[in-house]
Each structure stands twice: as structure tokens, then as C-alpha cells.
Design a protein around this ligand. Structure first.
Ligand SMILES: C[S@@+](CC[C@H](N)C(=O)[O-])C[C@H]1O[C@@H](n2cnc3c(N)ncnc32)[C@H](O)[C@@H]1O
Length: 275
């Protein structure tokens, strides 16, 4: 029930309009279904619910990161997160909250007297679940957790106007957004607008099909399934160069690299562009 209520409005309108129509089976093709659905940026947030979040860490961060994308969470992504995580942190695209919850739990409590974490996501179930997990995993550390329910492509939401963070993470969110890469790069505008002068934006995203070695059938199957069937991914054509351009437009200091099929980036010194 909760997942039906959290369905994107275009999907519920589509189901209401077409499932009761006698022409549905004969006239609707997969392509037109996709044309109706794909452009909406909220598809990337649709699939996270009580059930999928239960298996998310083991499946996505455990199995897929190690064996499909070859960029292991324990040895690459978590150390990368911990290196850049600060006391005033914004996490965009949270799912279960694994990265901030684990990074915090692994710090000695005394070094973090006043940790502030803002969780930003288009999916309220993910926000509630990540907040509960951070609080549960860090009972000995004073942590203030705030949630912001908004679309990362829509600019700075009113709740974050005028706020500045010392670190902003964008882990595994760009590949979930079903939009052209240039449009996805708007997420970097949002990150630049809320980053402090000395702050850091860092993240990772699974690249498009050109970056999947032909010998990895799991990568092909996962890409095809999530891009073409479920629209949980929107990264079929994602290229490192386009993300890099987006980052360089917003930040003076940009570093990017690739591990397996995953693009990693770290950017500092926001250019403070007037929008
Ligand atoms: C694959 S999960 C990544 C979660 C976490 N950062 C990690 O690496 O495990 C993607 C998250 O991004 C969120 N998301 C997808 N599209 C979004 C959008 N347009 N704006 C904000 N959040 C979005 C989803 O709801 C989901 O929680």
C-alpha cells in the first residue's frame, strides 16, 4: 500500500487511464509505455520501499558493487566516503543510509561532538529509513539528522536556501536518474550552491554500456534489466567526459577516476555562478 501511494503521479494516472481502456492491450507498445514513463526524474526514486530497502545493502552494495561493477564497497567506496565526510554533511540520494551511518559508527565518538547530517532524497520511505538507521547505529554519538524531501534536479529547495555544508556526497544517485547526462549535471549546480568555500563534493556513478567489458555478462544483464525494463537506472549512455564537463563548470578543482565500471569524482572550490 505504501509503495502504491508513493508511486509517481504520472504512473498512477497512466494505470487509471489505460488499464481500464479496452484499447490498452492492442494499441500500447513497449515503446510508447517507455515514452510515457522515462522522462520523469522520479523514476529513479520509485523502487525504494520497505521490501527493496531490506535487501539493498546485500544486493546493491555487496553483490553488485563487487561482482557486477567491480568497485567494492568495503575497499573502495566506504574508505572514499570516510575520507571526505565532514561534521556538516549533506547526503544526496540516501537509500538505506549505509554510507553516513557506517562512516559515523566507525569514528571514535569523542572526535565528533556535534555531527550534523542532512539527508536529501525524492523518496520519503528512504529518508525515514536512513534517518532511523543513522540514529540506531550511532546511539553513543550526538548526531543531528535532518531530512529534505526534494528532487535533486530541481535546484536548491527552500529548506536548504542559504545553508552551507562542508561535504556533500552523491553516491550512486546519478546513474539512477532517467535523464540526459547534461540534465543530470544540474545536481552539480545544487551541490555547488550549498557547498562551503572550503568544502568538498564527492561521489560515484555506474557508467554507461560502453564501459562494461564484453566478458562481464552480469553487467550487461543488470544494465539491460534496470534501464530497459524497470527504469531504476537511466545510465545507458553515461560517459565520464560529460560528468567531468558538468563538474568543471561548477568547481575550480576537479578530480575524476574510474574503478571497474564506476566513475568517481571529488570537486572543491565552487565557482559561485549566478543563476
Ligand atoms: C542507488 S540509491 C543510492 C543510495 C546511497 N547513496 C548508496 O550509495 O547506497 C539512489 C537513491 O537516490 C534517490 N533518488 C533517485 N532519483 C532522485 C532525484 N531525482 N532526487 C533525489 N533523490 C533521488 C533514490 O530514492 C535512492 O534513495
Amino acid at each position: 500500500m505504501a509503495s502504491f501511494l508513493s508511486m509517481p503521479s504520472h504512473l498512477s494516472q497512466f494505470l487509471t487511464k489505460h488499464l481500464i481502456s479496452p484499447t490498452y492491450l492492442g494499441t500500447r507498445t513497449y515503446k510508447s509505455w517507455q515514452a510515457n514513463m522515462a522522462p520523469k526524474s522520479n523514476w529513479g526514486a520509485f523502487w525504494y520501499n520497505a521490501l527493496t530497502l531490506q535487501i539493498y545493502d546485500a544486493w546493491v552494495l555487496g553483490f553488485n558493487m563487487s561482482f557486477v561493477w567491480r568497485c567494492t564497497t568495503e575497499t573502495v567506496l566506504l574508505p572514499f566516503f570516510r575520507e571526505n565526510f565532514s561534521r556538516r554533511h549533506l547526503d544526496i540520494g540516501v537509500a538505506t543510509g549505509f554510507f553516513p551511518a557506517t562512516a559515523l559508527a566507525q569514528q571514535p565518538p569523542a572526535t565528533l561532538p556535534a555531527q550534523e547530517i542532512t539527508l536529501f532524497d525524492l523518496n520519503e520511505i528512504a529518508l525515514r529509513s536512513a534517518k532511523a538507521r543513522i540514529n540506531a547505529d550511532n546511539q553513543k554519538t550526538p548526531v543531528s539528522v535532518t531530512t529534505v524531501h526534494a528532487d535533486a534536479l530541481a535546484g536548491v529547495p527552500p529548506e536548504l536556501e542559504g545553508m552551507r555544508f562542508d561535504s556533500v556526497s552523491l553516491f550512486n544517485v546519478l546513474h539512477c536518474i532517467p535523464a540526459h547526462q547534461e540534465r543530470k549535471n544540474r545536481v552539480f549546480e545544487l551541490a555547488a550552491d550549498v557547498l562551503s568555500d572550503d568544502g568538498v563534493v564527492f561521489g560515484c556513478s555506474v557508467l554507461g554500456i560502453k564501459h562494461h567489458a564484453w566478458w562481464n555478462p552480469l553487467g550487461w544483464m543488470t544494465m539491460a534489466f534496470f534501464n530497459l525494463v524497470g527504469s531504476a537506472f537511466g545510465n545507458w549512455e553515461d560517459e565520464p567526459a560529460v560528468f567531468e564537463q558538468g563538474l568543471r563548470r561548477e568547481f575550480e578543482d576537479v578530480k575524476t577516476w574510474i574503478v571497474g565500471s564506476v566513475f568517481l569524482f571529488r570537486a572543491r572550490k565552487p565557482k559561485r555562478i549566478d543563476r
